[in-house]
Design a binder for this molecule. Sequence first.
Ligand SMILES: [Zn+2]
Length: 67
Amino acid sequence: MNTEARACDLCSLPVVPPGFLLQTTSGLKVFCCEGCQGIYGMLHESEVLTDDAAGRSEAADLPHSGK
Ligand SMILES: [Zn+2]
């Protein structure tokens, strides 16, 4: 059997598959809960690779957005 249990990349608690995943520049991170995933995302904001970058308009206040 190859049921390798992963530890949460934030709090190190065992993760119940499939867990909460976050793709970052340093690899795929796994978290035990949505809270850990969110906190890691805030702490390592520059490393997080979002596949839905278009949905985040907060950080992108472009002067030529054509309002
Ligand atoms: Zn955790």
